[in-house]
Each structure stands twice: as C-alpha cells, then as structure tokens.
Design a protein around this ligand. Sequence first.
Ligand code: SF4
Length: 395
Amino acid sequence: MTDSTAPITQDVMTIPRKLPEGPINIVGLTREALRDTLIAQGTPEKQAKMRVNQIWQWVYQWGVRDFAEMTNLSKAYRTELARNFVIEIPEMVSRQVSADGTRKYLVRIAGDHEVEVVYIPETDRGTLCISSQVGCTLTCSFCHTGTQKLVRNLTAGEIIGQVMMARDDLGEWPEPGQGTGDNGPRLLSNIVLMGMGEPLYNFDNVRDAMKIAMDGEGISLSRRRITLSTSGVVPEIAKTAEEIGCMLAVSFHATTDEVRDKLVPINKKWNIATLLDALREYPKVSNSERITFEYVMLKDVNDSDEDARRLVQLIKGIPAKINLIPFNEWPGAPHQRSDWDRIEKFADIIYKAGYASPIRTPRGEDIMAACGQLKSASERARKSRRQIESEAGIG
Ligand code: SF4
C-alpha cells in the first residue's frame, strides 16, 4: 500500500513569468493562467481579457484546434498564437463500443501513459466517466484500477481533454456562431469523476478542469451535472463544495470499520465516523443536492440485511441517496457479485427506510467498461511482450 498521507498534486494555477520551453498547451489553463500567459507572450494587458474570451469560445464552445480558424482575431495575432501555443488533447488509442451502446476509450497522455474513459448513453442523458490519475494512489479491493500502482496525476488539460475527446467522437461541437445545445439535447450532458484514480488526491488539477467544464462561455455543463466520487479523503471534502461546487459521491461500501478497512483501505486513516462527520458538514448538502453513497454489492462480504439496516442508521441526518452497484468482476478479482435477490432485498430495506436506493445497471460489461473494471490495458501488454522478448533472449 503506497503512503496515502502524501497527496500528490501538480499545480498549474498561474504560469510564472519565466515561460516553459516550447509552445504552451492552452487546454487546461484556467482563464487567469491563460491571461497571464498571453501577457507574458506579448499580448497588451488591456486587450488580454478580450483575447481570453475569444480564444476560450473557439476552443471550448466550438471545439476548434487550429488558430488559423479563429476568424475574429487578426491574421498576425493568429500567427503569433500559433508560434507560442498549441491546442492539444489526449490521443484516442482505441475505442470499443458495447452491445448496450457504452463506449470505452483508451487515451494516451504525455509520457506514453494511458487511461480509460467511458461514455454511457441513456435516453435522457449521456454520462462521461473520466479519470484523474494513471493508476491509483489507493488499493480498494473490489477495484481493478486499485491493482495498478499510481503512475502519476493527470494535468488539468488531460482531465478536461477527455471531455473534449469524447465530444469529438460524438460530433457534439456546435458550428462556430452557434450556441451549445442549439442542435438539440446534449449527448454528453453529465460528467462523473469515477474513472481511474482518487480525484481528491489530485485536487488542484481536477478543480481547474471542472471549472473549465462548467464555464458558461464554453462547454457550459451545470455543476449539478458533475459528480465527484471520493473514497473518503476527508480533509479535501469541504474544499470540493467551496472550490468546485459539483455534486459529491462517496465510495462507502461497508458499514463497519473492520470491513471497510479491507475494502477501502483509506478507512484506516479516516474511518467511518470521521467520514460521516465531514459529510454532515458538507457545505453544499441539502435535500435538493443529496450526497450519493456508492455501495458495491459483494457476496457474503457487505450484503446482509443487518448491513442494510446499519447503513441507514449510519447516514441518518445526511440528505442522501444510496447507489447499489452489483460488483463487476475482473480477472483475478477477490470478490463475487451478490445474488440478485440479495441485492433486491438489500435495496428494499433501504427503500423502506426512506432512501432512494437505485440499483446501478451494469453497462459495458462486455468491453470491461463497467464500474470498477477500468485499468490501463497497455500496462499489462508491455510487461508480457518484454517478458516474451527476454524469454526469447531478444532485446
Ligand atoms: S475505487 Fe477509486 S480510490 Fe479505490 S482503488 Fe479504485 S480508483 Fe482508486
């Protein structure tokens, strides 16, 4: 188990006057950082705000990646921008489509690392499940990502870039001059930070990326359509409300510390009582903005009637809904999914106690895209090829 006390972050808030070598990627810079960088690159201070607005709209409202197409900027200025900046997003390496329409993307980021991203279409909305780390700092026992050591945090550009990549794939950028949503209901209407990694161990980059997603002049997603899921990094929970303002979900999964210590090891640092105290204090919680308690249904581990009754006791006083997740198996997984009648009985106890307890329909199982199944396939492949080569005495 890696040292979970040392949160790892890469702060890209404000670009220092000494600019990095080579062109700077605009994707992921906050408005303030973009303004600072434009000025540092020679844009007159009094024009900077207007230039930020113009560039922002081209990049985040219309999905343009070529400065030459930014026709409300002078040719000379576009040339200057192209000399000092790039507009880059993670590269889509593969795209799998499940029989149920779920799409799983493998995307490559700087350093040749890869993360998985999942798009889940539904009748009334389309949800993108995005990653915040390559691998994970933590080792939750039911999670495939937890078996992949943390490689690094994603930058804000690599996080929002997943949203832009998916919009490219869905063809969801309005034509220049058009408003978001002019072409009918949005295909990508919700974001969940439930992919690879613990988002609160990469707070600054997640915050900046979600601010870009919520910005009304660009992708313009409502904060209530963005849900951040944490395994329980208590010191960062209140900041999520204060600095991001999105909806909160908690990987809860157990009703005793003894069991949660095994399933969600961060519980050894911040146990159930400490976590619940932080949730009761969550600045944004209300009946219209309930906290989602995620509860994976594991056979004979956490699925008894007693667990269900204890769960509703524990969360008393917190405006909440409980999302029951039938466990999605993955190669080598140490758990099994609870039987369906057990899941329904569990849901019934919670429902009768007054809580919404939807059972999450597994999506994309046929392409290993369901909750808890994500892992960078490349990691596994690379190992075996090297092994093969070394066994064969090559390289
Ligand atoms: S559930 Fe989340 S925090 Fe736990 S190992 Fe998986 S990705 Fe990491």
